[in-house]
Design a protein around this ligand. Sequence first.
Ligand code: SF4
Ligand code: SF4
Length: 82
Amino acid sequence: ALIITDECINCDVCEPECPNKAIYMGQEIYEINPDLCTECVGHYGEPQCQIVCPVECIPHDPSHVESPEQLEVKYQALKASG
Ligand code: SF4
Ligand code: SF4
């Protein structure tokens, strides 16, 4: 999964781009639910939030490192659960 750092300026552009609805407004800044973020696997070739973020504050989350295979499994599970 990816993570939004405290450099986020709450510009709102990433939230609607997420195909998994993993991005939400947290207490102070936007946050990513790691259970829903497939790093856009299954939808796009690149993480859409990273592409649109104007301050590049969405790196990989070191506490949620996943292989392409694991991300594909997560995508399939999310798809099956609707
Ligand atoms: Fe959503 Fe893709 Fe960003 Fe993950 S990488 S939060 S799935 S837009
Ligand atoms: Fe924050 Fe970047 Fe999302 Fe804008 S695009 S709300 S700066 S994480």
